[in-house]
Design a protein around this ligand. Structure first.
Ligand SMILES: NC(=O)c1ccc[n+]([C@@H]2O[C@H](COP(=O)([O-])OP(=O)(O)OC[C@H]3O[C@@H](n4cnc5c(N)ncnc54)[C@H](OP(=O)(O)O)[C@@H]3O)[C@@H](O)[C@H]2O)c1
Length: 321
């Protein structure tokens, strides 16, 4: 059975769930101190990365997300190694560093292709808006890459509704759809519902790729008692002691619903996002066990009452519009 669907209105077909590979790879030198590793530490070793990749692919979570910037290309290199010869759909992002400019795109794309070991990127995304990048010109270069057969679908990330409309229009002038906007979205970070991004996605037929869909691990419940996570991640609001009670109430409900469906809390948190047809979560997994649990989200179908109950218990985390 084909469980894939088009990403936005593009020609790229994807599963409803992906995998974030930001922590994968073994960087050396200064690349060990880039934000992904400083925030999360690495995955649990090369064997666990391979296990997480294989189990995700087998269970149908076939979209793998990386970026040129993650550990200075080490994540792309590792994903490319693991995906060689497989049907994995690979998504990566431009630019390679914080100083990246519009005109750097063609060279950055070649470098990403070399690290991934492919001659085409399935989904090429602009990582975040910056004053060094002109969105209209960049989308022109993205469209050139599509025409050259080096990119299948074009996406953006961390774009506001207004920036999405600008990118969408610039691509439409070249006959290319804007396939996705990758933004932070979870039960504990509900900004896309009030800042216009989710509405713009629905209106324009763009998929919202949800990053940090487990609130960086807070929704697993693992950090509610005992030490907070190591790395910069511990300064996120979800891990503040003052929020223990409110996060605890969400995790308790995830556990209760999970018990009903015979799964852990994390697939329930992901299924809540997936209840919205426009949303595709990409949870990070550091090992095969986490990837296995997360992939269960593909089999969990929440009732309308369950979706509503989760909505209600996280209202405090929804900013006012
Ligand atoms: N576009 C952007 O600007 C942007 C920004 C951030 C992330 N992203 C993308 O989004 C992906 C996911 O985001 P994220 O990794 O930051 O946050 P996340 O998916 O919310 O959290 C991932 C973390 O939660 C823990 N975890 C995952 N599954 C678990 C399970 N089943 N049981 C227990 N713990 C589990 C692991 O950390 P521990 O085991 O250490 O607790 C894992 O590293 C990234 O890999 C990246 O591809 C994009």
């Amino acid at each position: 059975m084909d469980d894939t669907r088009p990403l936005g209105r593009s020609a790229l077909r994807v599963a409803r769930l992906g995998v974030g590979t930001m922590t994968w790879g073994a960087p050396s030198g200064l690349a060990r101190f880039t934000p992904a590793k400083l925030s999360y530490g690495g995955a649990d070793g090369a064997d666990e990365e391979a296990g997480a990749f294989a189990v995700s692919l087998t269970r149908g979570a076939t979209l793998f997300d990386t970026a040129a910037m993650y550990s200075n290309g080490a994540s792309e290199r590792r994903l490319g190694e693991l995906a060689r010869g497989s049907r994995a759909v690979l998504a990566t992002k431009f630019p390679a560093g914080p100083r990246g400019r519009t005109e750097d795109l063609p060279r950055a794309l070649e470098a990403s292709l070399a690290r991934l070991g492919r001659d085409r990127v399935d989904l090429y995304q602009h990582h975040y808006p910056s004053r060094r990048v002109d969105i209209t010109r960049l989308m022109g270069l993205m469209a050139d890459a599509v025409s050259a057969g080096k990119v299948t679908a074009v996406g953006v990330s961390n774009y506001s509704a207004e920036q999405m409309r600008l990118a969408h229009g610039a691509l439409a002038d070249r006959g290319v759809p804007l396939a996705s906007n990758q933004v932070q979205y979870s039960l504990l970070h509900r900004d896309p519902e009030t800042d216009g991004v989710l509405d713009a996605c629905r209106e324009l037929g763009i998929t919202l790729i949800a990053y940090q869909p487990l609130a960086s691990g807070a929704l697993t419940g693992r950090y509610l008692s005992g030490p907070r996570p190591r790395g910069l991640r511990r300064f996120m609001p979800y891990f503040r002691r003052s929020n223990t009670e409110s996060v605890g109430a969400v995790v308790a409900l995830l556990r209760e619903i999970g018990a009903r469906h015979g799964v852990e809390p994390t697939p329930v948190a992901l299924a809540w996002l997936m209840a919205n047809e426009s949303v595709l979560p990409i949870p990070g997994a550091k090992n095969a066990r986490q990837a296995t649990a997360n992939a269960e989200a593909l089999t969990v179908h929440l009732s309308a009452d369950e979706v509503e109950a989760l909505d209600a218990v996280t209202t405090a985390w929804r900013p006012r519009s």
